[in-house]
Design a binder for this molecule. Structure first.
Ligand code: HEC
Ligand code: HEC
Ligand code: HEC
Ligand code: HEC
Ligand code: HEC
Length: 486
């Protein structure tokens, strides 16, 4: 039996599409098929998860809006649609914006990376800067080849939206790879994935290797068995893919409103923390130093991100190692101890180990903004290029700290992570583009696997390494044969 609610909605959609002249793109901005709230009717869980994702937030992000505004001003508008092409692709497609400066006037449901955008992406010709072409029709593309009919939309299979295919990685990846107008390959998530073993091809089938993983395999998985729509006649033997799609970044404010916002942010944080648990491995090894005191060697490895760590907006990330060495309760050595409100850039400390992209302008000066960048120096944890049981030994990174005190009996570490540098925010505040209040919303996280403690009693001796502790039994630098420093 068809429920009245679903039927009414279906008729509403037909009516909306029948009585208006289409826009040049073939789409009518008032068509309810473009509004995620329409999808919510039958796909409430997909909607809820998407609403709490950075995709829904992409056109709301106050830092994005501030940066785009400044970029348009400083380039005399030459930036054009560069930023909105990825952050508000439907608004651009519909001709409602050309440069993003008027996004506040664009209906909210057309601002971010919406359901309609991904689910009508029909072809992709390129590897960066969003080369996706939309069908312009009402047919929702997905991974299901025998969809149950419904009143709201036709459905069809597309390899671009099936995370078991290589094509699906190109769909996600081509938006997650940014080449700036000055031809700098600034964000490289897709390229990094392509270089990793996760993108290997199976020589027999020509499809993905059995051990391979695409963007959706990790960021939308693992799938949950059960119906994927709340509508008449749906099947129970479907698989539901998470649309929360978390990475490192978080919404800075209560989006979409004060009531739902806090819940969505809490859910987003939970997803981020869960995903991060498997991202990295770390080892601390301690050995006597020739000149007295101790060598404290910190090893880090990208275990389960199929691209660099950090990736994407790695020029905006601030990730650094905090290390403290103790004699009893007294800290005898510290590196990278930075207060939560203090910019990393303001700390003049040679022993500071940072993981991120350093970006420079035309004269080699430190840059903060996309359009100023002329060169990038990546100091990232790379994804392994070759498959080996516990990761390619050459992809481990190590730093040696010399702790002067002989009586040292305890060392603690944590890799700290700020989605966006306070120096970059301060730069936007200084030009009046960003309201100062947003700065206080930027959080600093501890990367779970790197929160470690070495003590004489707990550590295990390894030839050539000293005595070590690792974040897990199976993932330690001595076991995998990472090269010790020097
Ligand atoms: C009236 C209810 C209803 C509405 C509204 C609705 N859907 Fe669906 N949708 C369904 C049903 C039913 C299926 C098929 C489920 C099945 O086969 O198990 C489906 C399937 C899908 C699929 C899978 C297609 C495939 O072949 O893989 C996608 C993607 C999808 N919907 C997206 C959307 C989006 C995006 C919106 C909003 C624009 C939307 N739906 C609105 C009921 C609806
Ligand atoms: C093997 C699982 C896996 C695959 C495959 C994968 N990722 Fe990730 N990705 C991760 C993990 C884990 C993190 C989170 C790191 C953290 O929070 O510390 C991450 C982080 C990210 C981030 C946040 C960027 C940052 O600052 O580090 C983005 C964006 C992202 N992934 C996009 C993609 C895209 C696009 C693809 C496909 C080209 C992809 N991922 C493939 C596991 C994966
Ligand atoms: C960033 C792109 C993207 C956005 C935005 C997006 N989806 Fe999806 N969606 C996908 C992909 C990819 C799949 C298929 C995953 C697979 O099967 O491997 C999918 C699958 C689905 C399915 C099929 C069932 C399932 O869980 O696999 C439905 C229904 C669906 N999406 C609805 C929605 C709705 C509703 C929205 C908005 C509220 C939305 N999607 C937003 C990419 C997206
Ligand atoms: C239209 C371009 C576009 C497509 C297609 C797209 N994304 Fe995104 N994605 C974005 C933008 C823009 C953001 C960041 C929004 C922001 O932070 O303001 C984002 C954010 C993310 C994040 C969160 C990053 C972080 O650090 O918090 C993940 C994870 C992600 N996308 C994964 C995917 C996956 C998986 C797919 C494919 C199913 C996909 N994206 C397809 C544009 C896209
Ligand atoms: C090719 C698509 C693309 C283009 C072009 C693009 N972005 Fe993004 N943007 C993304 C994706 C994807 C993310 C999420 C990446 C991640 O989390 O690693 C993102 C994240 C962001 C963020 C989130 C905060 C952060 O950590 O950086 C800001 C701000 C931002 N972009 C601003 C801009 C501005 C301003 C422009 C234009 C000068 C722009 N973007 C152009 C895809 C794009």
């Amino acid at each position: 039996m068809i429920r009245p609610r679903a039927l009414a909605l279906g008729l509403g959609l037909l009516a909306a599409s029948a009585c208006r002249d289409p826009e040049p793109s073939g789409l009518d901005p008032d068509d309810r098929i473009l509004d995620p709230a329409t999808c919510q009717e039958c796909h409430p869980d997909h909607y809820r998860q998407w609403l709490g994702s950075m995709h829904a937030y992409a056109g709301e992000d106050p830092v994005f809006l501030a940066m785009n505004e400044r970029g348009q001003r400083e380039t005399n508008g030459e930036l054009g649609d560069f930023c909105v092409k990825c952050h508000a692709p439907m608004a651009l497609e519909l001709g409602l914006t050309t440069d993003g400066l008027n996004l506040a006037e664009v209906p909210q449901h057309l601002r971010g990376v919406t359901c309609y955008f991904c689910h009508t992406a029909e072809s992709v010709e390129g590897t960066h800067n969003n080369p996706l072409a939309l069908s312009g029709t009402r047919t929702m593309l997905g991974a299901i080849s025998d969809p149950v009919a419904n009143d709201a939309h036709p459905s069809a299979y597309s390899a671009l939206l099936d995370s078991s295919t290589m094509e699906s990685a190109q769909m996600c990846g081509s938006c997650h790879d940014v080449v700036t107008p000055a031809d700098v390959h600034l964000e490289r998530t897709y390229a990094e994935w392509q270089e990793s073993f996760f993108s290997d091809i199976d020589p027999l089938s020509g499809g993905p290797a059995v051990y391979g993983l695409r963007c959706g395999s990790c960021h939308m998985g693992p799938p949950v068995d059960g119906p994927i729509a709340d509508a008449p006649g749906v099947r129970a033997d479907r698989r539901f893919h998470s649309h929360g799609m978390v990475g490192v970044d978080m919404a800075l404010h209560d989006w979409p409103d004060a009531e739902l916002g806090p819940q969505l942010r809490a859910e987003q944080l939970e997803r981020i923390e869960f995903q991060r648990k498997s991202a990295l491995c770390a080892t601390i090894c301690v050995s006597p130093a020739d000149a007295g005191g101790s060598n404290v060697d910190i090893y880090l490895h990208n275990e389960f991100a199929a691209h660099a760590w950090p990736s994407g907006a790695a020029q905006d990330r601030r990730a650094w190692l905090e290390l403290r060495a103790f004699v009893g309760d007294d800290a005898v050595y510290e590196a990278g101890v930075i207060e939560d409100g203090t910019p990393v850039a303001s700390v003049a400390d040679d022993s500071l180990w940072q993981l991120r992209d350093f970006i420079y302008g035309e004269g080699g000066e430190t840059a903060h903004m996309f359009w100023d960048v002329r060169s990038v120096e990546g100091q990232l944890l790379p994804a392994s290029e070759i498959l080996s049981p516990m990761g390619d030994a050459s992809t481990w990174r190590v730093r040696r700290y010399l702790v002067p005190d002989d009586g040292m009996d305890r060392v603690t570490t944590r890799l700290r992570l700020r989605p966006m540098g306070l120096d970059t925010l301060d730069d936007l505040i200084a030009t009046g583009d960003l309201a100062p209040g947003w700065r206080d919303q930027m959080q600093t996280f501890d990367v779970a696997p790197t929160v470690l403690e070495w003590s004489e009693a707990e550590a295990e001796a390894f030839d050539g390494y000293g005595t070590c502790v690792s974040s897990s039994n199976v993932c330690g630098a001595p076991l995998i044969g990472a090269a010790p420093p020097g």
